[in-house]
Design a protein. Structure first.
Length: 265
């Protein structure tokens, strides 16, 4: 492995020896700097490449991705999950580069092949091993690139802050997925997490331990808020997330609902 590429300016252009992030122009409190579209392949222009998460349906971004791939055969476009900020541009990019779209959710596929836990996708002599990590969404996947000892994590682990449990996700599943990722990262000697939003994480074990600890701490805080008489998700947010920018409270309410479901399940 030739080491990480982490530019001082942010996620755009970061990656590992065989990966490169192209940042979509969709920054927000939920998407951080924007969505990272990952290109996977060798430098040799004769070799096939893969695209992970085309990002939103933004013509300028998709044209930039297609231009970067000019002269290369794109074996497939892969989706870590179906949320629009990751998948919205898949159909358009598929048309631009002539590649199928593979996803766990059949609604997001273009072509005959899906994508599921245990699959191995190959291109240009590189392998991506699919790891099922439901929780943020029901269809969330991570992708392990052994050549670079790197795990592409979609929204399961972000490069900054923590992810929310979306309405189509489940906290119990998410906690199991974090435990699985933590065990996998230790077993394979992972050296980098390549997130769907935010910068590359060069300490996978530390990042995953931090995520697990954060979730456990939040559950304890919600138990304490309920003991103080808070009932509704909003009331709990006002206590537990009092130090968080109120613009993020709607997302916090989503997480609180997921955590209440977990505690009451």
């Amino acid at each position: 492995m030739s080491g990480l590429r982490i530019p001082l300016g942010g996620p755009d252009g970061s990656g590992t020896a065989h990966t490169l992030a192209l940042l979509a122009p969709n920054p927000s409190p939920m998407t951080l700097d924007g969505t990272n579209t990952w290109l996977i392949g060798r430098e040799d222009v004769e070799e096939d490449v893969l695209v992970v998460d085309p990002g939103p349906d933004d013509e300028a971004h998709l044209a930039r991705v297609a231009a970067r791939l000019a002269g290369r055969r794109v074996a497939a476009i892969l989706l870590t999950h179906g949320h629009d900020d990751h998948s919205g541009g898949a159909r358009r990019l598929s048309g631009l580069v002539g590649a199928p779209v593979r996803a766990l959710d059949p609604r997001h596929r273009l072509g005959e092949e899906g994508l599921a836990d245990g699959d191995v996708v190959t291109a240009g002599g590189l392998e991506l091993h699919v790891v099922g990590t439901p929780g943020h969404s029901f269809d969330s996947l991570c992708l392990w690139l052994p050549e670079d000892r790197a795990m592409l994590t979609g929204d399961t682990v972000l490069g900054r802050g923590t992810t929310v449990i979306a309405p189509d996700g489940d906290l119990a599943d998410y906690l199991r997925s974090l435990d699985r990722l933590r065990a996998t990262a230790e077993r394979v000697g992972a050296e980098a997490l390549l997130p769907g939003h935010g910068p590359v994480l060069a300490d996978p074990i530390g990042a995953l331990d931090g995520y697990v600890a954060h979730r456990r701490r939040r559950l304890d805080q919600i138990r304490a808020a309920r003991a103080r008489g808070a009932v509704t998700p909003r009331e709990i947010v006002e206590i537990v997330y009092a130090d968080v920018d109120p613009s993020l409270w709607p997302a916090a309410e989503m997480s609180v609902r997921a955590q209440l479901g977990y505690l009451e399940g």
